[in-house]
Design a protein around this ligand. Structure first.
Ligand SMILES: [Zn+2]
Length: 309
């Protein structure tokens, strides 16, 4: 009898344990949802208050107000925001993921201007440009050079955190090395992407060829560009600040080109924040005032930006 009751007690205890496990397992799954659903098939929860996709789609550590390319099918491109990829080309290829650019239609407004700055970051001019943009409450696009970012990573972080767009402008900006072949050009682009991702956790998908694509890009460059998923960004208004132009000459250059009203729907203005461009910084408040006085909308370059030509 004693033996029987001990067995009975044991069976009871085991049954109770099984029941406890059965009852609590959904609670455990609720507490640890990552174990219950494969990340790639989980349906994202999005509310108007939090338009950013869930963290299980390879989100960077620090999320800013930007559009992040990831494999979430319900992640539509968000207009007027910088676009970044959470994965590098190598990571995408290793996982068999698409390198295509998200499909959008070009945005043409009544009066739109894209301020772009090439060749930075630079310790004097870039922070000064960022200060002016902040004072005016507007965003711009910075085409950065890989070896400059290595020297000034904190400036790149500031560009990113203040909501501006970042584009790839090669690793060393040396034309004779860059344009030897598509291979040398794209190895610099990939190298710069890796440097950017190491610093801000994401990489750009827009690029601007140093000196411009005209005269440097052959059919092979354009084909590789498309295959690797980069959007090349030119310009249609040149500030003429690449020479030793003074601030008032820079402003006059821009004003003269803006006479062409066909540019108003998507004016893409080329400026420089690299070394030796203090006159651009000096001219910038007047340039911004010119566009503000005429009710231009300031936007950052993303996949909705029309081709400038
Ligand atoms: Zn350049």
């Amino acid at each position: 009898m004693k033996y029987k009751s001990r067995t009975f007690q044991l069976v009871c205890a085991l049954s109770a344990l099984c029941l406890a496990i059965l009852v609590s397992s959904p609670l455990i799954l609720l507490a640890f949802p990552k174990f219950s659903t494969p990340a790639q098939t989980a349906s994202p929860i999005q509310s108007p208050e939090s338009p950013l996709p869930e963290t299980n789609y390879n989100m960077p550590g620090t999320v800013v107000d930007a559009y992040y390319i990831n494999e979430n099918p319900d992640n539509p491109p968000l207009p007027a925001k910088p676009a970044y990829d959470t994965l590098t080309i190598t990571e995408r290829q290793a996982q068999g993921l698409s390198l295509e650019i998200p499909k959008t239609s070009p945005y043409y407004g009544q009066k739109v201007v894209y301020l772009t700055f090439d060749d930075g970051p630079e310790p004097e001019n870039t922070p000064a440009v960022l200060d002016i943009l902040k004072q005016n409450g507007i965003k711009a696009t910075f085409f950065v050079v890989g070896n400059q970012i290595e020297k000034y990573p904190e400036i790149l972080r500031r560009i990113y955190h203040e909501g501006h767009a970042i584009g790839n402008h090669s690793y060393n900006h040396v034309y004779r090395e860059l344009y030897q072949s598509p291979n040398s050009y794209f190895s610099q682009l990939r190298q710069t992407d890796e440097v950017i991702k190491k610093i801000i956790g994401v990489r750009p998908r827009i690029s601007r060829a140093p000196g411009g694509s005209a005269g440097s890009f052959t059919k092979d460059y354009w084909e590789t560009l498309k295959k690797l998923g980069y959007t090349e960004v030119g310009w249609n208004v040149s500030s003429g600040d690449a020479s030793s132009a003074k601030a008032n000459a820079i402003v006059n250059n821009i004003v003269a080109q803006m006479e062409n009203k066909h540019l108003w729907s998507h004016a893409t203005l080329l400026m420089h924040d690299g070394r030796g461009h203090a006159e651009t910084v000096k001219a910038l408040p007047t340039i911004i005032k010119y566009y503000k006085d005429r009710q231009f909308e300031f936007r950052v370059i993303n996949f909705e930006t029309p081709s400038p030509w």
